[in-house]
Design a protein around this ligand. Structure first.
Ligand SMILES: [Zn+2]
Length: 136
């Protein structure tokens, strides 16, 4: 099955571009929970964050900061979220890495809702140790 972001990257599917460089492009999201929501996408078909190499990760975030400033200036937003999803459990919908830039307004009624379960220092230290030991 063709990948929609690869099709857009190669010019075979339409999109409303806001940014393009040799590694990354930015397009208007088809879903606009707030106006000016943009997707940042690498041209290369990289499925998720785990497959981004250091250079591409740098390019993605450099483009993200540029586009975030432009969205702020264009929209006069009062805040901004970066959302990036990986895997079905993480609610990834298109399996070509993409990052959402969502401008926010005080009265926009968008809620990121999760239970903030406090953890004690012993648990935090144990989890931190597991993560440190997982670096390759
Ligand atoms: Zn793709």
């Amino acid at each position: 099955m063709a990948c929609i972001f690869c099709e857009i990257s190669s010019g075979n599917a339409p999109a409303s571009f806001v940014y393009k460089d040799k590694d990354v492009f930015g397009i208007m999201s088809l879903e606009q929970p707030n106006p000016y929501k943009v997707l940042i996408i690498p041209h290369a078909h990289v499925e998720n964050i785990y497959e981004l190499n250091d250079d591409l990760a740098a390019s993605v975030f450099q483009a993200t900061t540029k586009v975030a400033r432009a969205i702020r200036d264009a929209s006069n937003c009062e805040g901004l979220n970066i959302v990036q999803s990986n895997g079905k459990a993480g609610q990834q919908d298109v399996f070509h890495f993409h990052l959402h830039i969502l401008p926010r307004f005080f009265d926009d009624k968008i809620i990121f809702d999760w239970d903030n379960k406090p953890a004690n220092r012993e648990i935090l230290d144990s989890l931190a140790k597991e993560i440190r030991e997982s670096f390759l």
